[in-house]
Each structure stands twice: as structure tokens, then as C-alpha cells.
Design a protein around this ligand. Structure first.
Ligand SMILES: NC(=O)c1ccc[n+]([C@@H]2O[C@H](COP(=O)([O-])OP(=O)(O)OC[C@H]3O[C@@H](n4cnc5c(N)ncnc54)[C@H](OP(=O)(O)O)[C@@H]3O)[C@@H](O)[C@H]2O)c1
Length: 323
């Protein structure tokens, strides 16, 4: 028996229940992983509330690190005792131990602790695919990035600095602005008291930016469109404040804007590519260009509290559960 969070209906954080569950032996192509840290991501909230549908009852979470305890037949590149992390695969990371498809496991380098790795898997790989694949940055650009002090955001700040990209980051408070700046965000816009589009025009001599990475969605869509240069790109990579609907005529009127709604799963396959992405991320960490630790830590049993904090915009950087 092991402990795991499960939910039987969609709803508020209170639907999350800590239960005893059976964990079997790994079958062909599978490995059993004992978690050391579980990462909490905003996507977990979308699943919990039903915005992203799941068959219920179900486990929750897709991002954790730990050690391989057992492997099934036909597993060749993962061994018992390996330290691993993952960010895709079936829901159920909010657990002490689980069986996973071995082909989603990413071996962790010696120089990166489990605690740091738990902030990197989903969040660091998201920064990688946004900046290096979805709208590949060259260095030298000025970009707008929403929720710059968030889990993905703090890594994005550091990645932008490492690439010589000038990031303008939005945040809701002065405290979050200070944290984003300390992580490499060149300019911050405090959304509770500043007009996003006006500030971006001021900071870019009226030109606007070539790309906006917008994970906030509903509340920032209009401002994002107003900040872009003609033929600029709006990367709508999340909907923390609610979904967006865009009339294509508006894209024309705003300057023939490119709009994409990227999903990680389409940028992370095949496995060899996922491992290349992880290697690039880990190289930044090992070289000290990206330094990241969890900013909030909760017991697995307190997953609901972690969700309240994340939804309530009370977190900065990464949030982890300790099993
Ligand atoms: N497309 C993908 O493949 C992919 C992958 C990973 C993550 N994401 C998305 O990236 C975003 C960041 O994820 P994360 O886990 O790192 O979360 P996060 O950024 O740590 O938390 C969300 C942040 O969004 C801001 N926010 C603005 N309006 C909000 C609202 N109405 N409710 C809650 N938060 C609001 C808050 O920052 P302020 O208080 O500073 O405004 C909050 O701290 C999420 O939208 C997530 O879905 C997408």
C-alpha cells in the first residue's frame, strides 16, 4: 500500500483526497518510481476543475522526481537505482510510489539535486520549448512574458537573460516584481497599477514586441494583442485566468498577428528529442545560468492547500509536495 491523492468529482481543492492505494509490479515497458518530490503545476488545477476532462475517479499530477525501484521486462535504458524525473504520462504523480511507462522517464544528472529537478521537469521543459521551439528566440529581442514570477516564469526570466533577450515581465505585486528582476527579468509591469500596453510601448520606443508569451489568457489577451509589432506572434500557452476566444479579423486588424496555442505533447516527441531538450535545460543548470529551488513546499496530504495557494496567486516560482 502507498498514499496517493485521488479525486472522484471535479471541483474546488476540497475534492482532493489522500487514500491508500495498491501499487503493483511493473509490467513490460514499465518502471516503479518512489517519489522524493512532486511538482505542482497550474495544469493540475485545470484537471481538478474539469476544464481538462479526465475519467473519474483518477489520480492527479504529471510531474515528479524520484528513484527507480523496479523495472519490468523490455526496459533497456532505465535501471533500478536511477534517479529520474518525468513530466508527461498518465495522471497520478501526487503519490508516494507509482508505476510509470519507462519511456517517459528522464535520468537526472549527478550535479542536480532531486529538489532542484522537481522545479525543472514541467516548468523548465516548458521554458525550453517556448523559447527554443515555439517561437525560437535568437538573442537581442525584447519580449513580453506574462506571470514572470511564476513557476515557469522564474526559469523563463533566467533563460531569457542567458540568451541575451530583454524580458518585459508582468506580475501582480511589487514583491513579485522584485523576484522576477532578481531572476533576470529586465523590466517588470505591475498589473495591479500599470497599463501593460502603454508600458510596453514606452519601453520599446513605441515599436512593440515581436512576441508575447501569454499564459494568463482571458485577462491579458487584449493587452497582449496591443503590445505586438505588425506580424508579431502571440504564443497563448496557458489560461490561468480563463480561456480565450479570438476573432481572426482581430488578428488582421492588429497587424496580421500569428497566433498559436502550443501544447507540450506536440514538442517533446520522440524520446530522443525529449532527452535533448532535457540536456539543454540541465546544461544551463549545471553551468549556473539557471538556479532554481522550490519556493513553496507542502506535505502530500496538504495538496489542497498547495492548490489554494497557486490559484490564489500567493505563490512565486515552483511549488512542490513532499510525499
Ligand atoms: N502549454 C503548455 O504546454 C504549458 C506547460 C506548462 C505550463 N503552462 C501554463 O503556464 C502557466 C504557468 O504555469 P505555472 O504552473 O508555472 O503557474 P504559475 O505561473 O506559477 O502560476 C500562475 C500565475 O499566473 C498569474 N495569474 C494571472 N491571473 C491569474 C488568475 N486569474 N488566477 C491565477 N493566476 C493568475 C499569477 O501571477 P501574478 O500574480 O504575478 O499575476 C500566478 O502566480 C499556466 O497557465 C500553465 O497552464 C502551459
Amino acid at each position: 500500500m502507498t498514499k496517493a491523492i485521488r479525486f472522484y468529482e471535479t471541483g474546488g481543492p476540497e475534492v482532493l483526497r489522500l487514500e491508500d492505494v495498491e501499487v503493483g509490479e511493473p509490467g513490460p515497458g514499465q518502471a516503479r518510481v518512489r517519489h522524493s518530490y512532486i511538482a505542482v503545476n497550474f495544469i493540475d488545477i485545470y484537471f481538478r476543475t474539469g476544464r481538462y476532462p479526465l475519467a473519474l475517479p483518477n489520480g492527479l499530477g504529471s510531474d515528479a522526481v524520484g528513484v527507480v525501484e523496479a523495472i519490468g521486462p523490455d526496459v533497456t535504458d532505465i535501471r533500478v537505482g536511477d534517479r529520474v524525473g518525468y513530466l508527461i504520462g498518465p495522471q497520478g504523480a501526487y503519490s508516494q510510489v507509482r508505476v510509470m511507462p519507462a519511456d517517459v522517464l528522464i535520468p537526472l544528472p549527478d550535479g542536480i539535486s532531486d529538489r532542484t529537478a522537481a522545479t525543472l521537469m514541467m516548468k523548465g521543459m516548458t521554458a525550453q520549448y517556448l523559447f527554443r521551439q515555439v517561437y525560437p528566440l535568437q538573442g537581442g529581442e525584447t519580449i513580453l512574458y506574462h506571470a514572470a514570477a511564476g513557476g515557469v516564469g522564474l526559469i523563463a526570466c533566467q533563460w531569457a537573460r542567458a540568451m541575451g533577450v530583454t524580458m518585459i515581465g508582468t506580475v501582480s505585486t511589487d514583491e513579485k516584481a522584485a523576484i522576477a528582476k532578481a531572476n533576470g527579468c529586465a523590466h517588470t509591469i505591475v498589473t495591479s497599477r500599470e497599463n501593460i500596453a502603454q508600458r510596453v510601448r514606452e519601453l520599446t520606443d513605441g515599436k512593440g514586441v515581436p512576441v508575447v508569451y501569454d499564459s494568463v489568457g482571458k485577462d491579458t489577451l487584449q493587452a497582449s494583442l496591443d503590445c505586438l509589432q505588425p506580424r508579431g506572434s502571440l504564443v497563448s500557452n496557458g489560461t490561468s485566468s480563463g480561456s480565450v476566444v479570438v476573432d481572426s479579423q482581430v488578428l488582421a486588424a492588429k497587424g496580421s498577428i500569428w497566433l498559436t496555442r502550443p501544447a507540450m505533447i506536440h514538442y517533446i516527441q520522440p524520446r530522443s528529442h525529449m532527452l535533448d531538450m532535457a540536456r539543454e535545460l540541465f546544461d544551463h543548470v549545471l553551468a549556473g545560468r539557471i538556479v532554481n529551488e522550490p519556493q513553496q513546499s507542502f506535505a502530500l496530504a496538504d495538496a489542497a492547500e498547495a492548490h489554494r495557494a497557486l490559484e490564489g496567486r500567493r505563490t512565486t516560482g515552483a511549488t512542490v509536495l513532499v510525499p
